[in-house]
Design a protein. Structure first.
Length: 163
């Protein structure tokens, strides 16, 4: 085998971003076994942020935010989204290094869009206030994602960002 070909075959694929499932989703392995890609949750979502990716329901926060209304849960006949007393998301926001404030530019757009009040700005002596997301207050709704001019907000499963 040629060295270039061997190097190519050994190359790792870029890591795929963790899936952002709709509210009340089963654990990932069970969700992927149950979700049949019927699309009922897509049409039930009032903000139209649910899309099918690889045939499975996934949230696309570039389209808007999740209101945690539970409409998608109510129409999920395969049982990949489970009804309960509370509609909850297993997603949380995280600020990446590309954030303007982290780079020394005043910006508070994410905090302005966070109805839960999970994004606060902590003072830094002699510097710009930095965004600080309280994981326990973040609902994972994604309202902060789309308005960010630098795409510096990451919405990830709790196990990826906050464990």
């Amino acid at each position: 085998m040629q060295p270039d070909r061997r190097r190519f075959l050994r190359a790792r694929l870029p890591a795929r971003e963790p899936a952002r499932r709709p509210p009340n989703a089963l654990r990932e392995d069970r969700f992927t076994a149950r979700c049949d890609g019927c699309g009922a949750c897509l049409t039930a979502c009032p903000t139209r942020i649910i899309d099918l990716r690889d045939g499975l329901a996934e949230l696309d926060f570039s389209r808007g935010e999740c209101r945690l209304c539970g409409d998608c849960v109510r129409v999920c006949t395969p049982g990949a989204l489970v009804a309960g007393d509370i509609v909850r998301s297993d997603l949380r926001a995280r600020v990446s290094a590309s954030c303007l404030a982290v780079r020394g530019v005043e910006c508070r757009i994410c905090g302005d869009h966070c109805e839960a009040g999970a994004i606060r700005f902590r003072p830094v002596p002699g510097g710009i206030r930095l965004p600080d997301i309280a994981a326990e207050a973040c609902t994972g709704c994604g309202a902060c994602f789309s308005p960010c001019p630098e795409a510096a907000i990451l919405i990830q499963p709790i196990t990826e960002c906050c464990a």
